[in-house]
Design a protein around this ligand. Structure first.
Ligand code: PGA
Length: 250
């Protein structure tokens, strides 16, 4: 099964009108030279969706994503943003269940599954993040932890689960410069793939991204693994040259 790779930039809480413009301009200029064969997305903070949508308009090389979406459709949910609102701005991807949101915003696998479902209902592809902490890994619980995180999503989505993107992001590798070794990541990706396909035979088409200190230097080796179908990139997505090198590696 050949899956087109996806390189998605998670800008986290970084950016400004001026910085976003420079970053998008740099990425689009670089891509004109490069003619990438992979899919590319950028996920700025939602308040900049309109700006980034406008900077991306008229081209199809880079898609717009966001970092979160409400599980609710509308109503009294102060501060939340509904999937249909994101759809108004041409948003194609929504990261859900990033470990920073699980940790700081108390998101549970149940709410993450509901967010994925809300995104899909609006035609937005959820990028569902799973990952173990260092303590989980040291206790030999990696596959149990990520398996339970994925199971919550599979249970809720049913057949729709074949339309998600999954991202394996070991928490100990995020923003630390400590990347999972390619074989270490591949082992988890293969387990996630087996779980997906046990639930849905058509899930062979689901992309599983790796995230956690992926950079220009290590991307090629990670992306060469059989079950690594792209990257969710934090720090290295904020510099056009670094992001472009990762796209080139894909
Ligand atoms: P990082 O972040 O590339 O800066 O480690 C990845 C992520 O959190 O998605």
């Amino acid at each position: 099964m050949s899956r087109q790779k996806l390189i998605a930039g998670n800008w986290k809480m970084n950016g400004s009108l001026a910085a976003n413009q420079a970053l998008i301009t740099g990425i689009l200029e670089g891509l004109q030279q490069q003619a990438p064969t992979c899919a590319v997305a950028v996920c700025p903070p939602s308040i900049y969706c309109a700006q980034v949508a406008s900077l991306l308009s008229g081209q199809s090389a880079v898609a717009l994503g966001v970092q979160d979406v409400s599980e609710h459709a509308s109503g009294a949910y102060t501060g939340n943003i509904a999937a249909h609102m994101l759809q108004d701005f041409g948003v194609r991807y929504a990261i859900v269940g990033h470990s920073e949101r699980r940790q700081y915003q108390g998101e549970t696998s149940t709410s993450v599954a509901a967010k994925a479902q809300a995104a899909l209902a609006a035609g937005i592809t959820p990028i569902v993040c799973v990952g173990e902490t260092l303590a989980d890994r040291e206790a030999g619980q990696t596959l149990a932890v990520v398996g339970a995180q994925l199971a919550a999503v599979l249970d809720r989505l049913g057949e729709q689960a074949t339309n998600i993107v999954l991202a394996y992001e070991p928490v100990w590798a995020i923003g630390t410069g400590q990347t999972a070794a390619p074989a270490q990541a591949q082992e988890v990706h293969a387990a996630l793939r087996t779980q997906l396909q046990a639930a849905h035979p058509q899930a062979a088409a689901v992309r599983i991204l790796y995230g956690g200190s992926m950079n220009a230097g290590n991307a090629q080796e990670l992306l060469a693994q059989a079950d690594i179908d792209g990257g969710l990139i934090g720090g290295a997505a904020l510099k056009p040259a670094d992001f472009l090198s990762i796209i080139a590696a894909a």
